[in-house]
Design a protein around this ligand. Structure first.
Ligand SMILES: C[S@@+](CC[C@H](N)C(=O)[O-])C[C@H]1O[C@@H](n2cnc3c(N)ncnc32)[C@H](O)[C@@H]1O
Length: 227
């Protein structure tokens, strides 16, 4: 069931960042809410965020993670990196956010490894084997939007090492773009439950598609930031 306070929080973060310069590509309110839910349930302490942008998802991670956790943010665009530094409010000094402007040559050079959560909102310049070593035993990967290439790299990288993966696609009621979650070393129950929900979502797309104003899985043209 949706928690109204979580939704209000997600909408307030979205509204704050939507009003800032360069907000065309920020995460949707739906994805923000999904990330908040995940952070509250899983309590990851080591996070890498790929594609910090102007800071929307970083703000959520910093607000929600327990003190002493470590966030590493990669932002390859200098202008966005500067906006990130202006926009993100770091409320506790117990936080250790690293900011990187370039992807380290080898995953072994990352400041934090392995991580509990990898947030992907940009392209993923890593090979299968490189992404696999970044991910802790039961790590989660949160992909904003569809990101089929990044999803494939993560999934195949884990599978190649015999790590079973559960995949869940969540979308808003109007079936516009949402987010994907991947879980490394998922249990059989997780794989079945997430797989069933994702398949049910696809079936729903086919049923309601003719009545929708958006193509399923795509951006909304009216309220989405990405217009
Ligand atoms: C989808 S955006 C990431 C958005 C970020 N997660 C957020 O919600 O604020 C992916 C990448 O596109 C680039 N980008 C996004 N907005 C941009 C802008 N206004 N100008 C230049 N590059 C931008 C940045 O490199 C960014 O990391």
């Amino acid at each position: 069931m949706r928690d109204p306070s979580r939704r209000l929080y997600a909408e307030s973060v979205f509204a704050r960042f939507r009003a800032l310069p360069g907000s065309d590509e920020i995460a949707t309110a739906f994805a923000i809410e999904g990330l908040v839910k995940l952070l509250r349930m899983d309590r990851p302490q080591r996070v890498i965020e790929l594609g910090g942008g102007i800071g929307t998802l970083s703000q959520v991670i910093l607000d929600e993670m327990p003190a002493g956790s470590i966030l590493t943010v990669l932002e390859r665009n200098g202008w966005c990196g500067a906006r990130w530094a202006e926009n993100v409010v770091i409320k506790t000094l117990a936080w250790t956010p690293h900011r990187l402007s370039a992807w380290p040559d080898k995953p072994y050079d990352w400041p934090v490894r392995p991580v509990d959560l990898l947030v992907v909102d940009d392209w993923l310049p890593l090979r299968y084997d490189q992404v696999e070593v970044l991910l802790g035993r039961r790590a989660l990967v949160f992909l904003e939007g569809n990101r089929p290439i990044e999803r494939c790299i993560v999934r195949e990288g884990l599978r190649a090492k015999g790590r079973r993966v559960a995949a869940l696609n969540r979308r808003p009621w109007d079936r516009s773009k949402g987010f994907w979650l991947l879980r490394a070393e998922a249990t059989r129950a997780e794989r079945l439950w997430w797989g069933a929900r994702t398949l049910a979502g696809r079936a729903l797309d086919r049923m309601v598609c003719p009545f929708l104003r958006v193509r399923p899985g795509w951006r909304r043209r009216d309220t989405d930031a990405n217009t």
